[in-house]
Write a protein that binds this ligand. Structure first.
Ligand code: BG6
Length: 485
């Protein structure tokens, strides 16, 4: 990998501390960082290089998945860090940053390859990108790249405006939009499951599949993020990005070859084929919920509107379930059900493929109906793939019962999502980043839902904290004779 400068905006923020420094450190331990490397933290606070290096070290102690190795090793890593105090909205400040970047490029004899990571409030994305261009930071003899965190816009319009602005400073191939779900090993594994297994590949269509269920539930509530979350809701926080990305990854068809371009083309075909939802139909296909008071792991918790910084009259969604259709030849007629919510029974992200139960009549009369075959992909916190089949249980009078065949289980020491994604961006591999078209079409699909929620034309269903969500979400599946697995 080519040597580079890694410029981190928001270097004293929460994400840097919890995810980005630990990811860089673990890449370093795995010898995946190009060395020497120049890492420059940019922030508003006035810190010396030594203060900043101590801050990095403290973050690693608290958050690295592997403990700190012997001092000499750690010192080599820490010495790569420098700090630059810049007020990101003021163009003047970038001059000093550019000097520091150049000085380090000279000292370390590294080419002008520059990676800019924006781990900052979204309102700063376009200001920083344009300042990078205007100040000359982006005029390099090598390559330049931009890694950008979510949220990418607040609705279709604002996402388009943001993208127009970013594209004045960076080309699409230079922009790496992070969706950390795409860095999860099991989400990345979806590609291999479908494409490296002819057995599954043959079944990956509406002839065999009855429905697909994509679930991401959490036990945590709004935490200390009411300021952001109350304006975003589950629809923007999880649905528009992570959930639709998982849908694209599950439904995409075999690409001509395994490359970033081809995979993203296939994903795009899926999002393009999603049957559009009209605002007046949102209420028939989307459930909007909000957690009330209840119990989480035996402890009483307040409802959403009782949370600090949340208005008692807030109608924000903390739960969304929806039924979607991919109107292409492979998936026509197969419902995709998505649900995501906070303050639910368990933390669990999983995808369940329910197969058509065409043989169930064969056993009718002698037994109860056989259960459908299920392919269950556990993404988080468990990582596993299992297939539920039917088999006679000799210990129960030969009754036909579902058995689960496990293919894989969680391995220790797997790199975290941020390690994988930063490493890919450093290599210039954009397979597991969101392309602008995917983002735009996701917003476009979600837009009528945003409007219906805004206009309050969809009932807000309260569900107790610690439950599996509003009853209405079960009815959504029951309408077609299914249930959530
Ligand atoms: C983030 C959301 O993108 O994903 C959070 O902003 C959510 O609200 C989190 O809690 C869930 O991520 P994970 O990796 O814990 O499933």
């Amino acid at each position: 990998m080519e040597a580079m400068t890694f410029v981190l905006f928001g270097a004293t923020g929460d994400l840097a501390k919890r995810k980005i420094f630990p990811a860089l450190y673990n890449l370093f331990l795995d010898k995946k960082l190009p060395l020497p490397i120049s890492i420059i933290g940019v922030g508003r606070g006035e810190l010396s290089d030594t203060d900043f290096q101590k801050h990095v070290k403290d973050s690693l102690k608290a958050f690295s998945r592997r403990s700190l190795h012997d001092d000499s090793n750690l010192e080599v890593f820490i010495r790569a860090f420098r700090y630059s105090h810049v007020d990101a909205i003021k163009a003047e400040g970038y001059k000093g940053l550019l000097e520091l970047i150049k000085q380090r490029e000279e000292e370390l004899n590294i080419p002008e390859n520059r990676m800019f990571y924006l781990s900052v409030a979204p309102e700063l994305f376009n200001v920083i990108a344009s300042n990078i261009k205007e100040s000359g930071l982006g005029s390099t003899k090598g390559w330049k790249r931009l890694i950008i965190e979510k949220p990418f816009g607040h609705d279709l319009k604002s996402a388009q405006v943001l993208n127009d602005k970013l594209s004045k400073a960076f080309d699409e191939e230079e922009i790496f939009r992070i969706d950390h779900y795409l860095g999860k090993p099991m989400v990345q594994n979806l590609e291999a499951l479908g494409f490296a297994n002819p057995v599954l590949q043959a079944l990956w269509n509406n002839q065999y599949i009855a429905n697909v269920q994509i679930t991401a539930t959490e036990t945590v509530g709004v935490e200390e993020r009411a300021d952001y979350y109350d304006k975003a809701g589950a629809i923007r926080d999880m649905f528009q990005n992570h959930m639709l990305q998982m849908l694209m990854m599950t439904a995409m068809q075999l690409p001509k070859q395994i490359s970033a371009e081809e995979i993203r083309n296939e994903k795009r075909k899926i999002i393009e084929s999603l049957r559009p939802l009209k605002k007046e139909n949102v209420m028939n296909h989307v459930i909007r919920g909000q957690y009330g008071p209840g119990e989480i792991q035996g402890k009483p918790v307040v409802g959403y509107t009782g949370e600090p910084e949340v208005a008692p009259s807030s109608l924000n969604d903390t739960f969304v379930a929806a039924r979607l259709y991919v109107d292409d030849d492979f998936w026509r007629g197969v419902p995709f059900y998505i649900r995501t919510g906070k303050r639910m029974t368990e933390k669990s992200t999983r995808i369940v493929i329910e197969f058509k139960n065409t043989l169930k009549d064969l056993y009718r009369g002698q037994e109860e109906e056989t259960a459908p075959n299920l392919l269950v992909i556990e993404i988080n916190p468990n990582e596993s793939v299992s297939l539920q089949l039917n088999s006679k249980n000799p210990l129960n009078n030969g009754k036909i019962e579902p058995v689960s065949v496990d293919f894989s289980s969680k391995q220790e020491d797997v790199p975290e999502a941020y390690e994988r994604l930063i490493y890919d961006a450093m290599r210039g591999d954009s397979t597991f980043f969101a392309h602008w078209k995917e983002v735009e079409l996701s917003w476009k699909w979600v837009q009528p839902i945003l409007e219906a929620f805004e206009e309050n034309t969809i009932p807000l269903q309260l569900y107790p904290s610690g439950s599996t969500g509003p009853d209405a979400s079960r009815r959504l599946l029951a309408e077609e004779g299914y249930k959530w697995w």
